[in-house]
Design a protein around this ligand. Structure first.
Ligand code: FES
Length: 221
């Protein structure tokens, strides 16, 4: 469903240019005409809802889902954010991906990753990539909420990181977040996380992870 919305920020998409280039036509289309935006929050009977905040910018994303209990497919997905154009476009696209062709099962929807969304959007400027993770994170929180409300607690998945720096207890997720926030060298990741300062033996693995996450998120065309 297409709906024009008013955001708290003045849209000026044409003038926004990131390190990765201008916004694609698909991004602009989804930003100016967001799909599945939550309008009537009070009147909406959600089966699950999730909310996440971005550590990079402080913006917040909320996602609501309706689920067919028989097929376990998501029949409706709504969202709302005070985030930027990239967050709006990415979540609008994600909401389409979740309900298109009769809807994804909860387990399939849980596997949607930012790179899948970015591929469908035709890429995002590198410095805006962190905005694209909000929608799918909030969706996974909504799926967990559905499982919680329906008593299927064994299906709840809490995202845990693998500890890389054993002294400072820094995980691969912390490094992933740092790369998403624009840290593309060991020095920049260390400035954000201090990884390796207490446990220098982990540095080669940290460098490998930085290369992996850069390839995963920052080299999407
Ligand atoms: S800058 Fe906050 S969501 Fe994009």
């Amino acid at each position: 469903m297409k709906q024009s919305i008013k955001t708290t920020k003045t849209p000026d998409v044409k003038s926004q240019k990131g390190e990765g280039g201008f916004y694609s036509d698909t991004v602009k289309e989804h930003f100016f005409h967001p799909h599945n935006f939550m309008v009537d929050e009070a009147g909406y009977k959600a089966d699950g809802q999730g909310m996440v905040g971005s550590p990079a910018c402080g913006d917040v994303m909320r996602v609501w889902i309706k689920v067919d209990p028989k097929t376990k497919k998501i029949t409706d997905c709504r969202w709302k954010t005070f985030g930027c154009a990239s967050a709006i476009a990415a979540t609008s696209m994600m909401s389409d991906m979740v309900i298109e062709k009769g809807g994804l099962t909860l387990e399939k929807a849980r596997q949607i990753r930012p790179q899948d969304i970015m591929e469908r959007l035709g890429g995002l400027p590198a410095r805006k990539i962190h905005c694209s993770v909000l929608g799918d994170k909030a969706l996974r929180a909504a799926i967990n909420d559905y499982y919680r409300k329906t008593g299927q607690v064994d299906k709840i998945e809490i995202e845990q990181g693998r500890i890389i720096d054993k002294v400072l207890k820094i995980t691969d997720h912390d490094i992933e977040e740092a790369v998403l926030e624009g840290a593309d060298t060991l020095e920049k990741v260390q400035a954000k996380t201090k990884v390796g300062t207490g446990d220098p033996a982990c540095i080669p693995e940290v460098e490998q992870l930085i290369r992996f996450y850069k390839e995963k998120y920052c080299e999407t065309k």
